[in-house]
Design a protein around this ligand. Structure first.
Ligand SMILES: Cc1ncc(COP(=O)(O)O)c(C=O)c1O
Length: 309
């Protein structure tokens, strides 16, 4: 099947290989049992040249995720940074998505990984607006899906593991089947957890709110960036659980994620949120975020960038 991404080379275990030759064995443990961890990172066409956004934070989460599944890899963050920069240069990308994966490879068969290799790969490709063209400006429609988010006692939601994403995959399928752009999952207690690949913020009376990790969500790096941006504007932020009614009655709501960036939630279950268009607080935070990732929001945000050249 022809590849749907414009990736030409992949970094695998220290070597750059042609994307057509970037293979994983059928007998790799991760294929059978979901034992891989990964990251989603963006590189932006920043002032002064391409730059990767909050790269050290992504490496830190990758390593923590790996530890969560007893996986270790021999590469330092500096080596992975160099590999990523090299790949971006080889593709001549100004902007792209970066996908590092740490996977449990071949070993003895069986649920318990025994004598399995750990393989590390990095791919890069061009990726525009994750939730569709116009999503950043017009917002998206979301559905609160029937499938619940897993309980934190079953899986640690702050670990970004491939196997965990089956829960999100089902949510996206259910939302798409109803004609919605994205699925929102409730946690087992029936409060809002997060989107299939995004954290959620509410806006009320000029203040913002997002939920804590105990509600069963990934601690997003974009979530953290938005909290910093809000703080710099003097926008008050509460970190507290919220329910369906809170979401439906919010003045504004938005998703945050490396892929989704800051995407307004225009409608949930066909009901407009607030006025049903991108609200003023969302727009302020979104425009600052999109400027910060490109080094155009002032010196305060420059430490978030890792230069490619
Ligand atoms: C389930 C889930 N929640 C939240 C996020 C947002 O995380 P980040 O902002 O670090 O990309 C993601 C994306 O990685 C995700 O997959």
């Amino acid at each position: 099947m022809p590849r749907k991404v414009d990736s030409q080379y992949v970094w695998m275990d220290g070597e750059v290989v042609d994307a057509d030759n970037a293979h994983v064995s059928f007998f790799a443990h991760c294929i059978h049992y979901g034992t891989a961890v990964f990251e989603g990172i963006r590189c932006y066409d920043a002032e002064g040249g391409p730059a990767i956004f909050r790269l050290p934070e992504h490496w830190e989460r990758l390593r923590r995720s790996a530890r969560g599944y007893y996986m270790e890899y021999p590469w330092t963050d500096e080596q992975l940074t160099e590999a990523s920069r090299d790949l971006i240069r080889r593709h001549d990308f100004r902007e792209c998505y970066i996908r590092p994966v740490v996977l449990t490879g071949e070993g003895r068969m069986g649920v318990r990984p025994v004598d399995c290799e750990t393989n590390v790969g990095i791919a890069v490709w061009s990726w525009g607006e994750y939730l569709g063209a116009g999503a950043l400006e017009n917002g998206i429609s979301a559905k609160i899906v029937d499938r619940r988010k897993y309980h934190p006692s079953a899986f640690d939601p702050t670990v970004k593991a491939s196997g965990h994403y089956l829960n999100s995959v089902v949510a996206t399928k259910e939302a798409a089947a109803g004609g919605y752009d994205e699925g929102i999952l409730l946690n087992p207690e029936g409060r809002i957890a997060e989107g299939s690949g995004e954290n959620i913020f509410l806006v009320n009376d000029g203040r913002i709110q997002t939920n804590p990790p105990e509600e069963s969500l990934l601690l997003g790096i974009t979530r953290d960036s938005v909290l910093h941006i809000a703080d710099a504007f003097g926008i008050e932020c509460e970190i507290a659980p919220f329910g369906v009614d809170d979401l439906m009655s919010a003045d504004e709501a938005f998703f945050t994620g490396t892929a989704a960036e800051v995407t307004p939630i225009a409608k949930v279950n066909d009901q407009p949120i607030g006025s049903g268009v991108r609200g003023p607080v969302t727009e302020k935070i979104q425009s600052t975020y999109l400027a910060a990732v490109r080094g155009r929001a002032g010196d305060a945000y420059l430490p978030w960038l890792t230069r490619v050249d």
